[in-house]
Design a protein around this ligand. Structure first.
Ligand code: SF4
Ligand code: SF4
Length: 202
């Protein structure tokens, strides 16, 4: 297996201040603690997919209180000791996100259009990820490098100083990527030595 890195990024692993201020991030990066999305998959949640979004948010609020308990428990116990729930806090988040998409209010523009039905709001993003590039980014802060970066098309803002304008303002069109394609790309980046996944764009 080959690894991409740079000298600053390697030195930061042993930097006491960085280790102290980013202790959980470092532990997850080194496979010593469970990533939050994995914790979310182990936390049971009870909900009806057809319930209104307000009800789903209420359940989300309740489960968020439990999230930190299970996260702490997982720090000292093995994931296999926790039964896989039928419906999890992670599933609940997916359900809420898909309802938001149908009356989009992911950002403060609150376009309220149905992205799942092919409508477009200010950002012109639909319900499929359009990818510009996938690569191990060496230009981020040393704590993050190499960073598994996925640039996607579109943005909810239109800044004059944007250094990624070709991506954020649709000069490029990007390539459609299914969730599984993105997951495979993330796995490859991780196996090549990337410390994280860095999703940038719309
Ligand atoms: S700009 Fe895009 S993300 Fe924001 S509310 Fe409108 S459609 Fe949704
Ligand atoms: S990508 Fe960043 S800088 Fe560019 S338009 Fe969007 S918010 Fe502004």
């Amino acid at each position: 297996m080959w690894k991409i890195s740079n000298r600053d990024a390697e030195a930061i692993i042993d930097d006491e201040l960085a280790k102290k201020s980013l202790s959980r991030y470092f532990a997850v990066m080194q496979n010593k603690k469970t990533a939050k999305f994995m914790v979310a998959k182990l936390l049971p949640a009870e909900f009806d997919e057809n319930a209104p979004i307000k009800t789903l948010w209420e359940e989300h609020k309740k489960r968020t209180e439990d999230f930190y308990k299970i996260e702490n428990a997982l720090d000292t116990r093995n994931e296999s000791e926790f039964p896989k729930p039928k419906k999890s806090y992670f599933n609940l988040k997916i359900e809420i996100a898909s309802k938001i998409l149908k009356k989009c209010h992911f950002c403060s523009r609150r376009c309220r259009i149905n992205r799942s039905a092919g409508e477009f709001g200010y950002c012109k993003c639909g319900d499929t990820m359009l990818v510009s590039s996938i690569f191990a980014h060496l230009g981020e802060e040393p704590e993050l490098v190499p960073s598994g970066t996925i640039f996607t098309i579109g943005c909810t803002i239109c800044c004059r100083h944007c250094q990624n304008w070709a991506i954020s303002q649709w000069i490029e069109t990007g390539n459609k990527c299914k969730p599984l394609d993105v997951a495979v790309a993330i796995k490859r980046l991780r196996l090549s030595g990337c410390k994280n996944v860095n999703l940038v764009g719309g």
